[in-house]
Design a binder for this molecule. Structure first.
Ligand SMILES: Cc1ncc(COP(=O)(O)O)c(C=O)c1O
Length: 379
């Protein structure tokens, strides 16, 4: 018997929900929360293999060993997962050389970030971050009732850390640093971040969002673990969605000092990581060598695309991630339409630019053709 039957409502009978909508109280903070716009799937074009280059996903299918671990876990899906995620925390901690109590797993790193915002911010507080950056930031901040203080990135898509430092006020509770920055691509430098952190009051939490860490090749880029060890107010945010290719399973984590980690655990929803996701993550940590060979391949493809796009005259900033940023401004949507007509979905940000995720070589080649033709038409 379903819940509806238990309440005496016939299944399938249309419900009058209007009345309930009129009276139910919703938090003021919910009005004005921006809507998350996910990367759209490619349009089907006859005789053309479609590719999705709009969500910064990993184009490689899961390794057989990872699929096996998930299939095995699927046999016990009638049970809740381990509430504390002990095995997963132990595996991640061993991989990083920290203690399991410093690891807070969650439903993707987005789930963990929402716990971080919930633990540190309330109405009236301020959260400083670069803009444009990951589009979930303004959503999570708005949901908490806090206020976003967005500091424009520089012309070359980098965090303007001096301006971010100047934007910190007595109301600032949280700073989000995205390295590499989604969608512009560059990583934050180790020296500039160190200088920035020396200006941040010790009570202000700084999140270093390293979703694309494994794609970084810039030697001057920040070393998250070293920064974490040196600064008690820094928390690292990491994910299995990108380099590890587990986006569909939703597992990420924070690395935080024990007091903060305990607080975050109480903000993460119970049983946030399914056993399937935990098993896949543990199996992936055990298959790092193979997975990182794939990452290397994507990094090579990224380099090839960056050089080709720049040769075509596109002003693409450095990228240390699995995507490239084309600052096309008012041409952004036209470019996305041109790509779509060739079976490629990319991610336009109207009036600003287009983010293109690195895919398999055939898709990347086609994207470069679109870029060449578009350049010809636009000039
Ligand atoms: C910068 C950044 N942080 C965090 C995330 C969240 O990833 P997930 O929730 O899949 O771990 C993303 C996803 O695109 C991202 O770009």
């Amino acid at each position: 018997m379903t819940d509806d039957h238990a309440r005496g409502v016939a299944a399938g009978e249309p419900q009058d929900v209007e009345g309930a909508e009129a009276v139910v109280h919703l938090r003021e903070a919910l009005y004005g929360v921006p809507v998350y716009k996910p990367g759209k799937p490619p349009t089907v074009v006859p005789d053309v293999v479609p590719y999705k280059m709009s969500s910064n996903e990993n184009p490689f299918p899961p390794l057989p060993g990872v699929v096996e671990a998930v299939s095995e876990a699927a046999r016990a899906m009638n049970r809740y997962p381990d509430m504390g995620g002990a095995e997963l925390r132990t595996a991640i901690a061993a991989d990083l050389g920290v203690s399991p109590e410093e690891i807070v797993p969650g439903t993707g790193s987005s789930g963990v970030l929402s716990a971080i915002v919930g633990a540190s911010c309330e109405a009236g507080d301020e959260v400083v971050y670069a803009w444009r950056s990951f589009e979930a930031y303004p959503i999570m901040v708005a949901l908490s009732g806090a206020r976003s203080v967005q500091v424009p990135v520089t012309e070359d898509g980098r965090h303007d850390l001096a301006a971010m430092s100047a934007a910190i006020t007595p109301d600032t509770r949280l700073v989000l640093v995205c390295s590499p920055n989604n969608p512009t691509g560059p990583a934050v430098g180790a020296a500039e971040l160190e200088e920035f952190l020396s200006t941040v009051p010790e009570g202000v939490l700084v999140v270093l969002d390293e979703a694309y860490l494994e794609f970084v090749r810039d030697e001057a880029a920040v070393d998250g673990l070293a920064v974490y060890r040196a600064h008690p107010n820094v928390v690292l945010l990491r994910t299995f969605s990108k380099a590890y290719g587990l986006a569909g399973l939703r597992v990420g984590y924070a690395v935080a000092r024990p007091r903060l980690a305990t607080a975050l655990r109480s903000c993460v929803i119970p049983f946030a990581v399914s056993d399937l996701a935990a098993r896949a993550a543990i199996a992936s940590l055990g298959a790092k060598k193979e997975l990182f060979e794939r990452v290397e391949h994507l990094v090579e493809e990224r380099g090839r695309m960056l050089a080709a796009l720049r040769d075509l005259g596109y002003d693409v900033p450095d990228t240390q991630s699995n995507f490239l940023w084309l600052p096309l401004e008012e041409l952004a949507e036209g470019f996305a339409e041109a790509a779509d007509a060739r079976g490629l979905s990319v991610r336009p940000f109207a009036g600003e630019g287009v983010r293109v995720s690195v895919e398999v070589p055939e898709a990347n080649d086609r994207l470069l053709e679109v870029a060449r033709d578009f350049r010809g038409q636009a000039s």
